[in-house]
Design a protein around this ligand. Sequence first.
Ligand code: FES
Length: 162
Amino acid sequence: MYSKEVLEHFKQPHNYGKIKNPDGVGKVGNVVCGDVMWLYIKVKDGVITDIKFETFGCVAALASSSIITDLAKGKTLEKAAAIGRKEIVDSLGGLPPIKVHCSVLASDALSEAVYDYLKKKGKEIPADLERKHKRIGKEKEIIEEKYHDWVKVEEKMHEDKA
Ligand code: FES
């Protein structure tokens, strides 16, 4: 069912964990299943110098999170925020069609981390990133409503790990 690349990233995820004092943080959820991803970035001169993630999700979500950290490290914020579902899925040697939505979680988390960084620094936010942020915000509201109990458990687990 899964490619060799997916299984490798799932078994030994790259860049798993938290960054102390990150420059940007993205937290997103998946409206289809309620899975959650956190992504942390460090930025220097407009380039992502470090990136880590924590994902409470399925095999495909973990593998997508792991690969996006490889794809984004060393890229400019603009290029990193443009990494989409297709690049993630291709880099993983494909995903079963029913699992493609899981790759969106990683792409959204990275966009949100970049958004968070730009916002904190008072920098201009590109229109497409602003639109994506609004769409993700609406999805967060749906998740809060649909997976209320799970959201509380996930928040507690995340606090306990801090
Ligand atoms: S089933 Fe939830 S992210 Fe994959």
